[in-house]
Design a binder for this molecule. Structure first.
Ligand code: MN
Length: 439
């Protein structure tokens, strides 16, 4: 037996908040698909973030139909209880327990979806649904829409207009509540502590995967259910592969290691990157470039407050990183020219950051009325400038080749400024030099 362990009102409030966004509409959110890993084994299951956000329900093969302002407002379709299956795969709530325990008005069997759902579309003039994401449900959705059309008769209106639910939910999810910030602080603190442990245990000759395993152990010990995304542990020039996936190489004396990792606490992810010298001491070159990047990163974090235009933040990052590239003789020429031609992208090819929340690259539009949007209180963003010099870049000074550095913190926008959620993850040169290898 499992229990729903959250405060139901938190979820009902989110459902109610949608009343302000839509009228005479239904929102259809299916559970995330299950995926085969190999033969008859599946990847570990994680619920779709939007379905979790609105209901806290974690089982696959479920669908939420939400009708803001109508009665019933929220209806969840779930798998039936099945003792034979539950012996193998674990507890299922079934409709009865779901209706009792979860923040929904009604629960039915998923097997009865077509029969029950059609009556929920009386008086509905538009439907929000994200197509082509969860293939198991796209066919069911099509069938439902055709049934609804038939039921409506010859009124000249055709099928209901379908809009993307992801955009609608994104606008709601982009500003976090106090409850959400609390969860995110827990994810950030667990992850920051895990970074401290990784730093303490770093030694030349160990394998990248040892740090990866240590990270998972340390965040799980602190209540995280899993990683928020695939951890990157990249020693030496591997750091120049932005989404390095192998994590299987030795960590060499004299090189640095870049770790990009975040624990997921109650579905909320942290997203931290730190880069530190494997031996515990920066070389002169490493220290010089790292210090320049750190100074820029701290200044970029300091800018975060309500009203900051996201594009202006990125422009400042480009300006600061271009200065470093000129200073380090990675690029030559006029700064304005380099920026105009985007030549800095050779060494800084990604953005300054992204929204963070239930998804590591969280939902929410970055534009408003076609323009870059301003930060608002309650948003959580990452600030993660980086510099990467490919090991075979003949045009770069030799001492810089193979150097990849990124420093990333998670920052919540407050009414008056910001709070750095990941403040417990060391990043100052002297902090790093005293903690690395100290275990
Ligand atoms: Mn990130």
């Amino acid at each position: 037996m499992r229990k729903f362990e959250y405060d139901k009102e938190i979820f009902f409030d989110r459902q109610k908040a949608l009343r302000g966004f839509v009228e005479d509409a239904a929102i259809v959110i299916p559970a995330h698909s299950e995926y085969i890993r190999n033969h008859d084994v599946q990847h570990s299951y994680r619920q779709d973030s939007n379905l979790f956000y609105l209901t806290g329900f974690e089982e696959p093969e479920a669908v939420l139909v939400l009708r803001p302002g109508k009665d019933p407002e929220s209806v969840l379709f779930v798998r039936k209880k099945d003792m034979a299956k539950e012996i193998w795969d674990g507890f299922r709530f079934g409709p009865q327990l779901t209706e009792q325990q979860f923040p929904v008005d009604k629960a039915y069997l998923i097997d009865d979806f077509q029969d029950q759902a059609i009556s929920l579309f009386e008086g509905v003039e538009a439907v929000y649904y994200s197509q082509f994401r969860d293939s198991w449900f796209d066919e069911e959705f099509k069938k439902l829409m055709l049934n609804v059309k038939t039921r409506r008769g010859r009124n000249g209106k055709g099928v209901l207009p379908v809009k993307d639910a992801y955009l609608l939910l994104g606008e709601l999810r982009v500003r976090k509540s106090k409850f959400e910030i609390d969860q995110m602080q827990k994810a950030a603190t667990a992850s920051s502590m895990a970074f401290q442990e990784m730093m303490k245990q770093t030694r030349p000759g160990m394998n990248e995967r040892e740090l990866h395993g240590l990270f998972i152990h340390e965040v799980m010990k602190r209540g995280c259910g899993r990683e928020g995304y695939g951890t990157i542990v990249a020693g030496g020039a591997n750091a120049c592969t932005l989404h390095y996936v192998f994590n299987d190489q030795p960590l060499n004396e004299g090189e640095m290691v870049l770790v990009d990792a975040g624990g997921e606490y109650q579905y909320y992810s942290a997203d931290i990157t730190r880069t530190w010298p494997i031996s515990g001491k920066f070389s002169e070159t490493q220290k010089r470039v790292y210090s320049k990047l750190l100074e820029a990163q701290k200044d970029l974090v300091a800018m975060v407050k309500p009203g900051l235009v996201i594009k202006a933040h990125m422009d400042e990052a480009i300006s600061r990183l271009t200065d470093i590239m000129l200073d380090e003789k990675l690029l030559k020429g006029e700064k304005a020219d380099i920026i105009e031609k985007q030549e800095y992208r050779k060494y800084f090819p990604h953005g300054l950051g992204h929204y963070l929340g239930l998804d590591v690259h969280d939902a929410g539009p970055y534009l408003k009325g076609g323009n870059s949007r301003e930060l608002e209180a309650g948003m959580v963003v990452t600030v993660e400038p980086g510099i990467y010099v490919p090991h075979d870049d003949d045009s770069a000074p030799e001492e810089l080749r193979g150097l990849g550095i990124r420093i990333e913190d998670d920052v919540v926008v407050t009414e008056t400024g910001h709070h750095v959620l990941t403040y417990e993850a060391p990043k100052e040169v002297d902090e790093l030099e005293s903690i690395i290898g100290s275990a």
